[in-house]
Design a protein around this ligand. Structure first.
Ligand code: 5GP
Length: 114
């Protein structure tokens, strides 16, 4: 597994405010929140970026990440409106190369995001 900060969070070498965990998926509060609710949802399996997504291998896993997003949104009472974001590559703002979905909510979102 590539040694990103997220693999250290998965291995509990670094603390995080975990809001959801299953055998395949982990979700925790972003350290630098961009909205009142900002959760990072990751697969425990290391996929570096969405470029490396393979529907034959990863569809079920991605489905579990979306299920987790819906559950967390409901638990944190933002299910009336939230945004899911995947940054792919440095040009798109990806800074941690372990695939993750940002779940953002708790405020009015604007478009385009910039
Ligand atoms: P990216 O820019 O790759 O799409 O998103 C990475 C996110 O991870 C950023 O929003 C950043 O604030 C968050 N992040 C980076 N390091 C840590 C950390 O050690 N703990 C937590 N909870 N979030 C982190």
């Amino acid at each position: 597994m590539a040694d990103t900060i997220f693999s250290k969070i998965i291995n509990k070498e670094i603390k995080a405010d975990i809001v959801f965990e299953s055998d395949k998926v982990l979700a925790f509060r972003d350290i630098n929140p961009q909205a009142p609710v900002h959760i990072i949802i990751i697969p425990k399996e290391e996929i570096s970026r969405i470029n490396n997504f393979n529907s034959k291998k990863h569809s079920e896993l991605l489905g579990e990440m979306i299920d987790a997003a819906n559950k967390i949104a409901k638990d944190l009472k933002i299910d009336d409106g939230f945004r899911l974001v995947i940054n792919n590559g440095e040009k798109a703002g990806q800074s941690v190369f372990h695939l993750h979905i940002h779940l953002l909510g708790g405020r009015q979102m604007h478009w385009p995001p910039g």
